[in-house]
Design a protein around this ligand. Structure first.
Ligand code: MD6
Ligand code: FE
Length: 222
């Protein structure tokens, strides 16, 4: 790791909270297209579904699917990781090789990710401020990859009331929440509809995909 990367990993040079590493344009356009093709194959096997909030059953504005041994789901009974797609009842498709490579390169974590959550946003979709805390492996970063339309991403501290910073995540950007930022509150305030053409000619018809790769269980302890 060179000195620039180290500064970047600390987050401070961009005024981001410590532990937030933003890599704008990490995926060049050809690699964005290659990752997208792999993700579309996953979605053909494990279609996007619109989850609902635990308790009140209010629908999410994003649609979700997953790949990997575990997928993250939300329904009236709660949030959890499970081994099967809630609609088809089949196991989730494998995490595509390009995403496994990105995980190795960007996290250096000594075990593979177990879940890749696939979120699709249309121009009206949002994601409220939340923590990713359903994983036992809190020592592993969460890696996010953005494809398609630009989104306004807000990230703060580990308390909901902490001050926040906003950045625009464009197609090809990678973000890591690691170390002191692993439990940082974060969310998507809005999507700039039509800001990218990447998803326009696909069955998704446009919008934004966000992929979050997570290690769920502690490695080597089964
Ligand atoms: C999104 N991202 O970009 C939502 N981002 O659509 C996340 O929720 C997220 O869970 C970066 C790291 C972890 C995350
Ligand atoms: Fe999250």
């Amino acid at each position: 790791m060179n000195e620039n990367n180290m500064l970047c990993d600390l987050g401070a040079p961009r005024g981001l909270p410590a532990g937030v590493a933003w890599h704008p344009g990490h995926l060049a356009p050809a690699r964005q297209a290659a990752v997208l093709a792999e993700v579309l194959r996953c979605l053909a096997e494990a279609p996007l579904v619109r989850p609902v909030m635990p308790g009140d059953g209010k629908p999410f504005s994003v649609r979700m699917s997953s790949c990997g041994p575990l997928g993250w789901v939300s329904d009236r009974s709660g949030y959890r990781y499970q081994e099967r797609h809630p609609g088809t009842g089949r196991p989730w498709p494998a995490i595509p090789p390009l995403l496994l490579t990105l995980w190795d390169t960007l996290t250096g974590y000594p075990a593979p990710p177990e879940a890749c959550l696939i979120n699709h946003y249309d121009a009206a979709a949002r994601m409220g401020l939340h923590q990713d805390r359903d994983e036992a492996a809190l020592d592993a970063p969460v890696l996010s990859i953005s494809l398609g339309d630009t989104a306004v991403f807000r990230v703060g501290g580990t308390a909901r009331r902490d001050p926040t910073r906003s950045i625009r995540l464009a197609s090809g950007d990678a973000v890591l929440l690691a170390g002191p930022a692993r439990l940082a509150f974060h969310g998507i305030d809005r999507v700039l509809g039509g800001s990218s053409r990447l998803l326009a000619g696909t069955p998704l018809g446009g919008g934004r995909l966000n992929l979050t790769l997570r290690r769920v269980s502690l490695p080597y302890v089964k």
